[in-house]
Structure formats: C-alpha cells, structure tokens
Design a protein around this ligand. Structure first.
Ligand code: BDR
Ligand code: CA
Length: 317
C-alpha cells in the first residue's frame, strides 16, 4: 500500500522538484495534499507555484492548501535572491488550473490527522515549519496519527546558509522547528550536511533534460537557474538540491546514512537563532529525538530522480 503523505512546502525550485518526485511515484506515495507556507517567497506565490507544479505534472486533482503567512513569532524572511522573484525562476510562470482549496492548510492538516488511523500519515515539510507546528499546537492528539516526519532543515558540519549558524528553513521559524523536533514522533532531518552532497552538476541536469517530457524540462529549467547563485556562493560544480532529499529518503532510504541523536533548536539568541545543535557524538544526556542524515549516495539520488521523472513520459505517473 502506498504511504500516505502530506507535503508542506514553500516552492522554491527545489520544493518544486520534491513535488515532482512525489507525484511521479503513486505506487509508493499517496499525496493526500500539498500545504504551502510563506518561506522562499510570500504565501500567495508558494501556493500558486505548488499548483503550477501539479498542472505541469498532469496532476490537477491534487489538493493544494495555503497556510500561514508568517512565522509564529519572528518577522518573515524570504529568499528571492536565490529563487528569483517568482520563487521558481527558470520556467515561465502561468495561471494554474489546479484549484486552491478554500480550507486553510493548518485546518486541513488537523482534520486529516484527526480522521486518520494511528501512525498512518507521514508529514514531509520542505519549508519553514510554521504550518506543522501550528497544527500541533492546535491539537496535540493529532500526533497519534503521524507515522513520522521527514523534513528538510538544519545544519551541523556545513554551517548555516542564511546566517553563519542556521539553515534557512529553521532560521525563518525556529520556534516552530523547536515544537516539531520535540513533538515526540519520529523525525528524520535532511539538513545541509547531506543536501550539499547532492549537487546539480551540468552533467546531471543535462541527463534530466534529455528525459524530454515537460516535467523533466521544467526541472532542468529550474535547476539551471538555481545553479547560478549557489555555484558562485559555494564554488561548487552545482547547486545543492535540498528538498527532494526528503522524498528520495521515503522512496529509497538506503541512499542515506542517518544517526539517531538529540537535535535542539536555538530560539533565544539573535546571533545564532535557528541553529540546530545536533548531538552527533551523544555528548549530552538530552533525549534522542531525531535521525540526522549525514551521508548520501549522490549518484544514486540523481539516478532515482532521473528515472522517476521518466515516468511522466510513460504516462504512468
Ligand atoms: C531550504 O531553504 C530553501 O531556500 C530551500 O527551498 C530549502 O527548503 C534550504 O536551506
Ligand atoms: Ca523549501
């Protein structure tokens, strides 16, 4: 039976590719809904972009919900300087046919989890954790239905990408991240330590482009744009492809090495807000609350992504 998931995202080129990867794999993943949050760009763009991806993927019946417009306590931070003003620069923007559901994303998450069997739904957040944390705050009993949470966020060895200490998703809403990491359900975190290993080199993007269907072409277009900023910033051969690591982990967990340890989020200090203190060597007695991904088979990851994007040509996905 396909794993039932809710993807909570802020597209963002890399969120968009995560959506494509999930929508390419209906045998394994049943996407109950896509919830969007303010992050890379404001909410009205993240929900529009998510709906565009459903159109491009030919999945216009996917349910898309708009959620929180701003973090729980802090002022919003966006990232147009990376993603472009649309959030998905690299492809042409259009008015999507996939409708926006009227229900608020947080209400959808709460309602879906209340109605679900125990430990039956996996949450896949790839943006700031505001929607998920707000849902948990509203009704902690919903956690009984959560099988696990596989999120993109955090940094240990790589250091921060938006402040010296913090990764963007956690920095935008550290209070929400604190709630999610300590919610008591299994959390797996794909942070910069692994996402910086899956570089979208020209060769890899070229292979994706060669797949030749509209979804692969959109992916190649977005990754080519994404490439520009990050290759300059990191001096690397290609940009890290952050968010699809979550979905790749659900599809092929053996691509990743993880370690079960304590991850605590800095919410107080302005200097290091959003820092994820990953107790990788178990030097504290803080309870183990998360699986920290630290190694990934990057070639295997791109093989999986390229193969799955090919499913859209076969009309399977
Ligand atoms: C994360 O921040 C966003 O810019 C990306 O979409 C990703 O979710 C990486 O730090
Ligand atoms: Ca994201």
């Amino acid at each position: 039976m396909a794993r039932r998931i809710i993807i909570d995202c802020d597209p963002g080129q890399d969120d968009a590719v995560a959506l494509f990867l999930a929508l390419s794999s209906p045998d394994e993943l049943d996407v109950l809904g896509i919830t969007t949050v303010a992050g890379n760009v404001p909410l009205e763009l993240t929900e529009r972009n998510a709906r565009m991806m459903c159109d491009i993927a030919g999945k216009k019946s996917t349910r898309v919900f708009a959620g929180c417009e701003r973090p729980m306590l802090r002022e919003p931070i966006t990232a147009e300087y990376i993603h472009g003003n649309t959030g998905i620069d690299g492809i042409d923007v259009f008015d999507p046919e996939t409708p926006l559901e009227e229900q608020h994303a947080v209400d959808f998450i709460v309602e879906t989890l209340r109605a679900a069997d125990a430990e039956s739904v996996t949450l896949v957040p790839t943006g700031p954790l505001t929607n998920v944390a707000t849902a948990i705050e509203r009704d902690r009993d919903i956690l009984n239905s959560v099988k696990e949470i596989v999120l993109m966020g955090g940094a240990m060895r790589e250091g921060g990408n938006r402040s010296p200490s913090a990764e963007f998703n956690i920095l935008v809403d550290p209070h929400a991240a604190d709630i999610v990491f300590n919610c008591g359900r299994p959390v797996t975190a794909m942070g910069l330590d692994v996402t910086h290993q899956v570089l979208s080199t020209r060769e890899r993007v070229g292979r994706i482009r060669q797949v030749g269907n509209p979804v692969a072409e959109a992916t190649a277009g977005m990754l080519s744009f994404f490439h520009r900023y990050d290759t300059k910033k990191y001096g690397s051969e290609g940009a890290p492809l952050h968010d699809p690591c979550t979905v790749a982990y659900l599809l092929q967990p053996d691509l990743f090495e993880t370690k079960f340890c304590n991850i605590s989020v800095e919410t107080g200090s302005e200097l290091t807000a959003g820092h994820t203190a990953v107790d990788f060597w178990h030097v504290t007695d803080r309870p183990h609350n998360a699986h920290w991904a630290y190694e990934v088979d990057a070639d295997g990851f791109y093989e999986l992504l390229t193969e799955r994007l090919g499913k859209f040509s076969e009309g399977v996905a």
